[in-house]
Design a protein. Structure first.
Length: 590
């Protein structure tokens, strides 16, 4: 497949065709009117996704001649950092088309809109009228067909890992990416890697081993763990870690899964640490750079929707729909599904998880389980997970993810867990209580900064008594009072006889005012999905491989998780490892 052909499709899927003539002056003439500007550079200070964005817009008498983002705090790998991210692409499109009606970058829509809005303001300040700028229509491109060795559906960490390995194995590789940028949920994540035996552990004097790491993950996952699949990942976690760092992923340190759990084996990439997000670009950008180095091809803004099979029910390609409405058909010797999870698909969440509504998620809107749907249609075995990665958190204060240790009750007003444990363990216990929300009950003596902050917020319910507080949050006053009384009794004893929380984390609920901090469910990683073997081959209902079909990453997490998320970095590292396996095997398949 030629580079020219790929470029043609990319352009046709993104091309903006104006309703007026091609020259910049002509675009402002006719029915749209003509703008006359006061030449100069106009500096616009506007909002970005994560803070102020400063944009310089330059005009001559009749046109926008330059747009530059001179300062911003956008997320690396989403707002900037790739040759398809908004800060790199939108300024040129505006200048080229003399229009504000340019396409936003799918997956980075808000950054795109903030940038376009800044230019709109500059047009007004320069004496022009935004409504006089050219309108743009999306033009449907021609249907396209490609013939490759390996097609990878999805450009997240698993998909890029697969694509890199397949290309380095000599295969002609094409990635189909649903968004306008690569990265998927990984870019939005905290950018963490899980591994043992690293130099970062050794420098901290941390002793760790494959056996220790496996034992912990198995203990958390229980009977839902595929021992061989988990063991293969664990035994190769250091190799996967080194593979990433060798291609340019910068790791800064190692931290604990939770301060109560040892040894430390969660590795932060540059700028990360703790319960943060938006650092996954530190992983994705170097991987994308590597993929380009090995001459891999990629088409953006295409949604795969059908696997192609032959008369023997072997998978021989994939069909997709481009953003412009055209059809993309890829004939391939092998297909690798790496489409991510399904947290943005409420219907699929109802099928695979315990709770069906009331949750939030920050994963891309495109994470709707496409890979699972396509695989199931060709006879793949699907595992219906009983849960998903769930944390219960206050949307306003962040309470719930920062190792707060005070009293937490379910929506029936009862205590159900040792609160001083990993937040996903708390979340798992909450979902098993069939509770759609929870409350962190506190008084002024709680020492946690996030709790202290929450108590200053106007929307945090407070009352002079527990019974009054219960009525404010629609809990049974007698039940909540009994829960608080029992908790205070245990605090006085200095021993948590009910759930085993350390005595120094037992803060009595006593004071002149009582607060209830609402905790809502948030989901990131989904479990289960396509069933694969140790070689990332997709299995049918009889546990036989479907020839030509592989899967890796969140679309195929069966056997690697139980009902709770055991530690940050596991999804990224395991997705990368089995993506690599898929890529290596797909490249070698005849």
């Amino acid at each position: 497949m030629s580079k020219k052909k790929i470029l043609c499709l990319l352009l046709s899927s993104l091309m903006l065709v104006t309703t007026t003539a091609c020259s910049s002056n002509d675009k402002n003439e006719g029915a749209k009117g003509e703008n006359k500007y006061t030449p100069g550079v106009y500096t616009i200070n506007t909002n970005g996704m994560k803070g102020e964005m400063v944009v310089d817009v330059t005009f001559d008498e009749t046109s926008i001649t330059d747009v530059k983002v001179v300062n911003h705090k956008e997320t690396y790998g989403i707002g900037y950092g790739l040759d398809t991210t908004p800060i790199e692409t939108i300024p040129g499109k505006i200048v080229e088309t003399q229009s504000l009606d340019v396409d936003t970058v799918t997956g980075a829509t808000l950054t795109s809109k903030f940038l376009i809005g800044a230019v709109k303001q500059a047009v007004t300040e320069a004496g022009g009228a935004p409504e006089n700028l050219a309108d743009i229509e999306d033009a449907k491109g021609e249907d396209q067909t490609y013939d490759v060795d390996v097609v990878v559906v999805g450009g997240g960490v698993a998909g890029l890992s697969a694509a890199i390995e397949a290309a380095e194995g000599g295969a002609d590789v094409l990635v189909l990416e649903k968004q306008g940028i690569v990265g998927g949920a990984t870019t939005r994540s905290g950018g963490k890697l899980m591994a043992n035996g690293t130099e970062f552990q050794k420098s901290e004097g941390i002793e760790d081993s494959n056996d220790q790491m496996f034992s912990y993950l198995k203990e958390v996952g229980g009977d839902l763990i595929d021992d061989e699949k988990l063991s293969k990942f664990v035994d190769n976690s250091l190799d996967t870690f080194n593979w990433m760092t060798e291609m340019g992923v910068e790791v800064q340190d190692v931290e604990p899964i939770h301060s109560s759990l040892k040894p430390w084996r969660v590795h932060n990439t540059k700028g990360g640490g703790g319960m943060t997000d938006g650092h996954g670009g530190q992983i994705i950008v170097p991987m994308m750079n590597k993929y380009k180095e090995v001459d891999g091809d990629i088409i953006y803004n295409v949604t795969a929707n059908e696997l192609l099979t032959n008369d023997n029910k072997e998978v021989v390609g994939v069909k997709a729909t481009a953003k412009d409405g055209s059809t993309v058909t890829v004939n391939a010797k092998t297909v690798i599904l790496a489409t991510g999870g399904y947290a943005s698909n409420k219907e699929m969440m109802a099928r695979y998880a315990d709770f069906t509504e009331g949750y939030s998620t920050q994963v891309p809107a495109g994470n709707v389980g496409d890979g699972i749907t396509m695989a199931e249609a060709v006879g793949a075995q699907i595992f219906d997970s009983p849960s998903a990665q769930t944390v219960y958190v206050s949307y306003t204060s962040g309470v719930g993810i920062n190792e707060e240790a005070g009293l937490i009750v379910s929506e029936d007003g009862k205590r159900f867990v040792n609160e001083y444990t990993y937040q996903y363990h708390v979340g798992d216990k909450m979902t098993k209580e069939n509770s759609s929300l929870g409350y962190y009950i506190a008084t002024a003596n709680d020492p946690t900064p996030t709790v202290q902050y929450a108590m200053t917020l106007e929307d945090t319910p407070s009352a002079a008594s527990i019974e009054e507080l219960a009525e404010l949050i629609d809990l049974d006053p007698a039940t909540l009072k009994a829960t608080v009384d029992r908790y205070n009794e245990l605090c006085a004893k200095g021993v948590d006889e009910d759930f085993g929380k350390p005595s120094d984390k037992m803060y009595p609920i006593e004071g002149e005012k009582y607060y209830a901090i609402k905790l809502n469910p948030a989901v990131t990683v989904t479990f289960g999905g396509i069933v694969t073997d140790l070689e990332s081959r997709v299995l049918d209902a009889n546990n036989n491989p479907i020839k030509g079909l592989y899967a890796a990453g969140e679309t195929a997490f069966e056997g690697l998780f139980g009902t709770e998320y055991p530690g940050c970095g596991l999804a990224i590292s395991a997705g990368s490892f089995y993506g690599r396996i898929a890529g290596q095997n797909a490249a070698n398949e005849k």
